[in-house]
Write a protein that binds this ligand. Structure first.
Ligand code: FEO
Length: 164
């Protein structure tokens, strides 16, 4: 069964959304590095890599369904934010937006009775629960730390150690 035109178009849009997220997080990583917040910078750089991986996963899925892939252009990400908390808040808001995008994709796959796409999208729905949770925790700790950046750095370093 071929993918519906609507789902194909939405998945192509999502490829761009994932590359957009990747660029946003990479820009944040650079801002943090320039503030000598190496741990936070690393957290966002890894996140940027993950988002790129998500885009590639969708590309591979479209190809496996013999659907047309269109790589779109992404807007220039903001190079800086007024504060560390403002940047992490923006990241959390972005993750919530991505969750809504995947909910919309899943609704389309359900409308199409496309069970393979529902299974494929289920991975992203689960992934978004994790991504929202980890970004929300980071935001809570950033708010608690305020301008005590070294505490935030210690928290992110601890996260890395506990995740192995
Ligand atoms: Fe790929 Fe965090 O959305």
């Amino acid at each position: 069964m071929a993918l519906s035109d609507k789902l194909t178009a939405k998945l192509n849009e999502q490829i761009t959304n994932e590359f957009n997220a990747s660029q946003i997080y990479l820009a944040m990583a650079c801002m943090f590095d320039n503030m000598a917040l190496k741990m936070l910078s690393r957290w966002f750089r890894l996140q940027a890599d993950e988002e790129r991986g998500h885009a590639l996963k969708i590309i591979d899925y479209l190809l496996s369904r013999h659907a047309k892939v269109e790589i779109g252009s992404v807007p220039k990400p903001s190079p800086e934010y007024p504060s560390v908390v403002a940047a992490v808040e923006a990241a959390y808001e972005h993750e919530q937006k991505v969750t809504r995008q995947f909910d919309d994709l899943m609704a389309q796959a359900e409308k199409d009775d496309d069970y393979a796409s529902q299974n494929f999208l289920g991975w992203f729905v689960d992934e978004q629960v994790e991504e929202e949770e980890s970004t929300r925790h980071l935001l809570e700790v950033a708010r608690m730390a305020g301008t005590h950046y070294l505490q935030l750095e210690a928290y992110v370093a601890h996260l890395r150690r506990s995740e192995g």
